[in-house]
Each structure stands twice: as structure tokens, then as C-alpha cells.
Design a protein around this ligand. Sequence first.
Ligand SMILES: [Mg+2]
Length: 240
Amino acid sequence: MNTPLEANHRSVRQTLLIDADDTLWENNVYFERAIASFISYLDHRIHTAEEVRGHLNRVEHATIAAQGYGLHSFRKSLITCFEQLTDQPITQEKHDRIVSFAQSIADQEIELLPNVDATLADLATRHRIIMVTKGNTEEQQDKLRRSGLAPHFSAVEVLPEKHTDAYLSLASHHACEAACTWMIGNSPRSDINPALAAGLHAIFIPHDFTWVLEHEVVNQPPPGQTLLELPTFADLTQYF
Ligand SMILES: [Mg+2]
């Protein structure tokens, strides 16, 4: 997938659009833990853990379509999934217990991925850096504040969904020249493919625990655009 760069971009100011969850800090692993607790609490007599997980994925897909991303949607999905897979009405006690699985995510300290702070500090001396994340605005802004990374960014965009049109309007709003604008992130579905379709370059930094709803085959870049896959965030400084 890697296309060799003809020159590195350290000397020419680029615009780097950078994803947050599972690119700058851990995120999905907390959801995986909460879901594991939920499945073992549900302890379904007929459905296997994999079947419960499959059902939860479908419920989440529907909840997100109706309510957007964020913890409130996740909480709702767990409750809906529980109600659909059990015949008994949900008691207050069970409701509270299920809500506590989602709450455990909100209570997490921000865990930055390795060398993220130093890498951003270095990149920000040469380039314009814009955070482009999706989800609930308040939750994402709160994570950014707690991460201590905010001073590295010249702008922050929290989008309801990261699709091609969202990238086109963001690029126009921030006057990004496609030839020197790069989207950097861990999600083929939200970071890489729609950014390539919007005419931008892209850098894919895979994370071992990327959310299953973000999985997609990574597209080949159209002619004239570059797609790189890097093992770690710190590798960005070799190119920028
Ligand atoms: Mg991400």
C-alpha cells in the first residue's frame, strides 16, 4: 500500500488533520472491557458470547444512526440489547448495573499512545495541525482538555460523522490545499477512505483494538495522492 514519497515534507508547511480516539489516546479498549463485563453479567443461557456481541453490534449501529456517537448512545445500546435478549422486564437494579459498565468508560484517565505529546510538539513547529474527530462534542472536548494536547492544535473539529462530504467542507472551511493536506488516523472507514475520496493524502496508523464498526478494506489512493501506513505515531516525524 505504501507509495514512496518523492521528497519528505519537513521543509514545506503541510496541513495535518489528525484523528483522536485510538490515534492519540486509547479509547476502544475501554469499550471492549465494558462490553466484556456486560456479556458476562447478561450470562445468556442460549446465546454464546459471540452471538451476544454480534447482536450488540447491530443494536449499536441502529442507535448511532438515530442518536449519533457517544456514551449516551452506548448506554442506550447496552440497555436495548439487554431488553431484547432477555424476556424479563429490566429492573432498576439491573438498569443501574448496566449503566455502570458505560460509566466506567467516562471515569477513565486519558492514556496517551506512545510518544504522542513529543511528536505533536515537534510537528507543530513546522506544520498546521487540526484535530478532526467525531462523536459527542462535549465528550471529545473534555477528553482533549484532559489530554493536555490542546496547545498543539490550531483548530479542533468534532464532526457527527466523518464521510467524504465532511472532509470536503472541512477542507474548504480551513482553506486546506489538497496537495499539502493529510488525514492521519486509525480507522479505514472514517479516516482513510473518505479522506482519499475527498482528494486528500492519508496516513493509516493501525491500532490493534480498532472498533469493529470502523473496519473496512483500505482503498488504494487515486493517482496523484499518497497513502502511507506507519506502525506508530512517532514515525510521522520521518516524513513531516
Ligand atoms: Mg480513531
